[in-house]
Design a protein around this ligand. Structure first.
Ligand code: FES
Ligand code: FE2
Length: 456
């Protein structure tokens, strides 16, 4: 059986589904939000060694990372010719640079003389000059200078270009792929590209960029954001006002997927104790940092909080948001692009996550959060935020630019080292996944295996 809406007899939490909530909104939600895409993959456990073993990590490095499209940076981070960023993954490092107003290239970050890393960090240069002896390459990767040229009789300029990886852009992001035979990026993105045609993220700007080394495998870290099953226990202060156990999970060819979760509705996880609309509104306004809304009898928290959120965001950004439906304004519409990139649609969370292994340590990773805000109506975006790297013991809440999200990320990341430690302690050989709510995680591993088991 292929990708299709979940079968009607698939067990699910009682209460309104995401699609029921859309119907109750009484608006015409974009067609892609009315779609469901499920794939039956069974219930086999995922082996613990996938998260803990150096061998498994090395297989990922050898067979998966060099063959996938990876989000390297935002376009607004390299607006001028010579601007560049450095994108590292395992032993590989790429200099992603704007070579002309219309062209971006990615060069392997290693000097062709004796191997020195050419750039440790991004910036703006007119040429790439090695800090060791001064071999120099132009922005287009051609050899520009060899000190004591008379001493290098074998070097031929045309063979001494900086080697390149593939580059493509989508929705304001620059992607790289080290596999020169890789499918074009639009083919790789597939359904995700189709869905985002309504949500042009190139019209947003990078308002915040925060990173942190987390003591957990990169998959442990990102899986913490792939389901809303954990919300009631991990985030009790938002446990009454979002669809949690009734979120919708969709998977798409290529390992990509979506979590679609309603905001400002009584939570299924809290329904046994009964949640009033006022309680939902109170939790929502607290989460957003707004003044309390006093709901008249019979009013809907979802409508009232959405109206306020739209008003505040329009005032803050100067953008006109009037054509966005309730669900696009407030719900969590989080996409995942295999293997490690999470662009959110809508404005319920104007968020992007990216996760990467930390060098060759299977027990730690780099987690980054970006916030993409709508460009002001004037068209003039503020300069892109610079990456703020938090120290190991610095909480996300320290990064004021993340607003009320910071403390929520702290709750998520507090779990991660516990998971990694527990995976080493457990006497079970595998982890068990919820059949539906954790289906995205299973699907991601399914796709990972496709790379790991490929013949070449
Ligand atoms: S190693 Fe780069 S110039 Fe010598
Ligand atoms: Fe969470």
């Amino acid at each position: 059986m292929g990708y299709a809406a979940p079968p009607p007899d698939l067990p699910r939490c009682p209460g309104p589904s995401m699609q029921d909530i859309l119907s109750a909104d009484g608006e015409s939600a974009p067609a892609v939000l009315r779609e469901q895409s499920f794939l039956e993959l069974g219930d086999t456990e995922l082996s613990v060694e996938r998260y803990t073993s150096q061998d498994f990590h090395q297989r990922e490095m050898d067979k998966m990372w060099p063959r996938v499209w990876q989000m390297a940076c935002r376009l607004e981070q390299i607006p001028q010719v010579g601007d560049h960023c450095v994108y590292d993954i395992g032993d590989d490092s790429l200099i992603v640079t704007r070579t002309s107003p219309t062209e971006i290239k990615a060069f392997y970050n290693a000097c062709l003389h004796r191997g020195t890393r050419l750039r440790d960090e991004g910036g703006c240069v007119q040429a790439f000059r090695c800090p060791f002896h001064g071999f120099t390459w132009g922005l287009d990767g051609s050899l520009k200078g060899v000190p004591c040229r008379w001493d290098f009789p074998t070097i031929r300029d045309d063979e001494f270009r900086l080697p390149e990886a593939k580059v493509a852009t989508w929705n304001g992001f620059v992607f790289v792929n080290m596999d020169l035979d890789a499918d074009p990026l639009p083919d790789y993105l597939g359904d995700v590209a189709r869905h985002f045609s309504r949500w042009p993220l190139e019209e947003r700007y990078l308002a915040a960029h925060v990173g942190k080394i987390v003591k957990a495998n990169w998959k442990v870290a990102q899986e913490a954001f792939m389901e809303a099953f954990h919300v009631p226990d991990t985030h009790p202060e938002i446990g009454s006002s979002l669809g949690d156990w009734n979120a919708q999970y969709d998977v798409y060819p290529g390992g990509h997927s979506r979590l679609y979760n309603a905001m400002y509705v009584p939570s299924p996880s809290a329904s046994r104790r009964g949640v009033s609309e006022q309680e939902v509104a109170d939790e929502g306004t607290t989460m957003l940092g707004f003044d309390r809304l006093s709901l008249p009898e019979g009013a809907s928290a979802r409508s009232a909080v959405t109206a306020q959120y739209r008003h505040v965001l329009e005032r803050k950004t100067g953008a006109d948001l009037s054509d966005l439906t309730t669900t696009e304004m407030v719900d969590l519409i989080q996409y995942f692009v295999f293997p490690n990139f999470f662009p959110w649609a809508g404005l319920g969370g104007p968020i992007v996550y990216r996760f990467r292994p930390n060098g060759h340590d299977p027990d730690s990773c780099l987690m980054e959060v970006m916030l993409l805000y709508p460009r002001p109506a004037s068209g003039e975006s503020p300069p892109p935020a610079r990456l703020r790297m938090l120290g190991a013991d610095e909480p996300w809440a320290e990064a004021g630019e993340l607003g009320t999200l910071g403390p929520i990320f702290d709750q998520d990341t507090a779990n991660m080292p516990r998971i990694q430690a527990g995976l080493k302690t457990t006497r079970r050989s595998g982890v068990v996944l919820g059949h539906y709510q954790e289906s995205r995680i299973r699907y991601m591993h399914h796709e990972l295996d496709r790379y790991l088991n490929a013949a070449t």
